[in-house]
Design a binder for this molecule. Structure first.
Ligand code: KDG
Length: 349
């Protein structure tokens, strides 16, 4: 009887060790190697974003997956995660640095905490329209900024679009500077945004996107600012009454890859990553523009009151934030700021 018990416990121990071995193998497939159906080695990209699966950003991620899996013949597979399932912009970017996640697509505003020059895109009222933004971002200065990410163990492969940001709140219609007075506004985690909203008279609080809906619902903040597509698709209209076309900042997204993962790819695979990130970005920009065009009406259909900002009122806001821009030029880097202003001028010729 004693012998039988010993044999059984030995079998149990062997079974447990085998199970542990398997799960260890699985964990290493996070950016590691795994057998592929084509007989070669397969790598897995975990790609996460903060917005939900209805947003053009997620559709862009699915396009990236389609291109990569097709062009690498399954040697690289992409797992997509939305709604902050893997974290917020900052924590996912840190996970890329650590090599525990392979892809994320944050706004440039939180990315400025890693590479300060990205704050150039936080200058309020910088870009006149999306086309000029495309030319500058895809041009020389935009690409130079992507290069700077390497020192942070990150690879910037392309720019996607978040878009022009507009203000919503639950308190009052915002038409002029005076209407900002004391409004508790959530901003992205970025100092320039905070100071710009203070200069407008608001009472801003930085917060991760993943906490925003609850903060609006519970009244921790009165309002927030995001493009119409996000306001509609994240259902902010359920907890916000007013929307104004402040268009105060054009937010780019950066398609980021973990440098340690990227460096482990073959040259051909690296080329595929770049092509796929650019191609999926073009697709995402197109969907995003269509969405922003149609969702202002949808927000009003859901009961939000829309307030138009007149050119005169916007001019007042431009003047109010001008000292903040001057204050930040040094921190961002005078050279970068000048280059971007010049590129914007050129793009409009
Ligand atoms: O997936 C991107 C989002 O995490 C975030 O960048 C959205 O604009 C955004 C915000 O307000 O945080």
């Amino acid at each position: 009887m004693k012998k039988l018990a010993m044999v059984l416990s030995t079998i149990l121990l062997i079974a447990m060790l085998a199970a542990c071995g398997n799960s260890g193998e699985k964990a290493s497939s996070n950016g590691g190697d795994e057998s592929a159906s084509n007989g070669g080695e397969s790598k897995v990209i975990k790609a996460g974003i903060g917005l939900n699966d209805q947003h053009p950003q997620y559709k862009g991620l699915l396009k990236f997956k389609e291109i990569v899996e097709e062009k690498t013949d399954g040697a690289i597979t992409v797992e997509t995660y939305h709604s902050g399932q893997l974290g917020d912009d900052r924590s996912m970017t840190e996970a890329l640095q650590l090599g525990t996640q392979e892809v994320t697509v944050p706004s440039t505003a939180p990315l400025a905490n890693f590479v300060p020059e990205f704050s150039v895109f936080d200058i309020p009222f910088l870009f006149p329209n999306e086309e000029v933004a495309d030319t500058v971002l895809d041009g020389e200065v935009g690409q130079e900024l992507l290069q700077k990410l390497e020192s942070q163990n990150l690879v910037g492969l392309s720019y996607w679009e978040n878009g022009f940001r507009d203000l919503t709140n639950s308190e009052r219609a915002v038409a002029t500077m005076e209407d900002f007075d004391g409004l508790k506004i959530r901003t992205m985690e970025n100092d320039l945004h905070l100071d710009a909203f203070k200069a407008l008279g608001a009472n801003p609080t930085p917060m991760a996107f993943t906490e925003l809906f609850t903060a609006l619902q519970q009244g921790t903040v009165d309002g927030q600012e995001n493009p119409y597509a996000t306001i509609y698709l994240q259902k902010f209209y359920e907890v916000q009454n007013h929307v104004s076309n402040t268009h105060h900042i054009y937010s780019p997204f950066v398609f980021l890859m973990s440098k340690s993962f990227y460096d482990g790819l073959t040259e051909d695979q690296q080329k595929i990553m770049k092509e796929a990130a650019v191609e999926a970005g073009k697709y995402e920009r197109k969907l995003n523009r269509e969405a922003n065009d149609k969702y202002l009406q949808s927000l009003q259909d859901e009961g939000m009151e829309y307030t138009e900002i007149t050119p005169e009122a916007r001019e007042e806001m431009v003047k109010a934030v001008a000292p903040v821009i001057d204050e930040y030029k040094g921190q961002i880097g005078e050279e970068t700021v000048d280059k971007v202003y010049k590129a914007i001028e050129e793009a409009q010729k």
